[in-house]
Design a binder for this molecule. Structure first.
Ligand SMILES: Nc1ncnc2c1ncn2[C@@H]1O[C@H](COP(=O)(O)OP(=O)(O)OP(=O)(O)O)[C@@H](O)[C@H]1O
Ligand SMILES: [Mg+2]
Length: 284
């Protein structure tokens, strides 16, 4: 999945709008998001130290690095959950003002969590429906006064949720309480909930952690299909280097809050600093 343009990442700026087609036929557009000199501290801990990188429209951008490197923290900055002490987030060519997570979600950014965050007592269907909450316009009063509109809206939301259920092949568990599902399927339901929001940018924090080989293959295929069929831009945190090599167009490597590599999978695999800090040691 490499191309000359993808390799020229160091020169990419927010002004870059040139798109290109990958060898596997996907179109990668201009810069969608730019993280500029992001620093995030928790008391004395510097979780992210002066990191800059960009995310291009339509690409699968991996973030890798050892435990505690700051990967989830970075995702939390993108999703608006953490506000960095320093640095700027640029989205579609404009600096993003300080926003609350629901406002970031309204801009078309959805996520899954490293530790599954679903409602165990609720059905798969209802959990996925919560992915559309920020898009639901009708409030209770409107529903009381103008039932028809609220009903039409509800039907539209349900239709989108059913589409996602079909896409991820989970029709047979749609009524099952999430708490009863095996781990691998819970992860898939979390992906479904994120997709229900029809995101432009999808943030996945270790979507395959703890899965067996077959479950990983399924999840990899779904991630590729989401990217391919909906053109969704994806940021993926993942420890399995085989998966990273197969799925991603470009990779950011973090270590102790710093960026130590950025480029195509091939480039970071041959980067000596990355090998020393991360690739040379075994991971679960
Ligand atoms: N809410 C928080 N409060 C205090 N420290 C935090 C918080 N979140 C993260 N940290 C610290 O920031 C650093 C980076 O953590 P982060 O979770 O981003 O790493 P990670 O790369 O996602 O690791 P892992 O691979 O284990 O998930 C760690 O030292 C962690 O202890
Ligand atoms: Mg993490």
């Amino acid at each position: 999945m490499t191309s000359q343009t993808a390799q020229d990442t160091a020169q990419v700026t927010a002004q870059d709008t040139d798109s290109f087609v990958t060898p596997d036929g996907r179109t990668i557009g201009g810069v969608m998001m730019e993280m500029k000199n992001i620093t995030l501290r928790f008391g004395g801990v510097v979780a992210i130290q002066d990191i800059s990188f960009d995310i291009r429209e339509g690409e699968i951008r991996a973030i890798i690095g050892p435990n505690g490197a700051g990967k989830s923290s970075m995702l939390n900055v993108i999703s608006g959950f953490y506000v960095p002490q320093d640095g700027e987030v640029w989205y579609h060519g404009a600096r993003r003002p300080r926003m609350r997570p629901y406002q970031v979600a309204e801009q078309g950014i959805a996520r899954t969590f490293q530790n599954i965050a679903l409602f165990d007592g609720m059905s798969v269907l209802d959990n996925i429906m919560t992915g559309r909450l920020t898009m639901m316009k009708s409030n209770m009063l409107q529903q009381a006064l103008w039932f028809g509109k609220a009903e039409r809206e509800e039907n539209a939301h349900r239709a989108q949720v059913e589409k996602v259920i079909d896409f991820l092949e989970i029709q047979n568990i749609r009524k099952t309480p999430v708490g009863r599902l095996p781990y691998g399927l819970k992860k898939r339901v979390e992906l479904a909930r994120a997709l229900a929001a029809e995101p432009k940018l999808l943030l996945l924090d270790e979507p395959m952690a703890g899965m067996n080989v077959e479950e990983k293959e399924d999840m990899s295929r779904f991630i590729l299909d989401v990217n391919d069929e909906f053109g969704t831009t994806i940021v993926l945190i993942e420890h399995d280097m085989g998966v990273v090599m197969d799925l991603s167009d470009r990779v950011v490597v973090m270590d102790y809050g710093k960026k130590i590599g950025d480029g195509t999978p091939e480039e970071v695999r041959n980067n000596q600093e990355v090998i020393d800090a991360y690739l040379g040691v075994s991971h679960d």
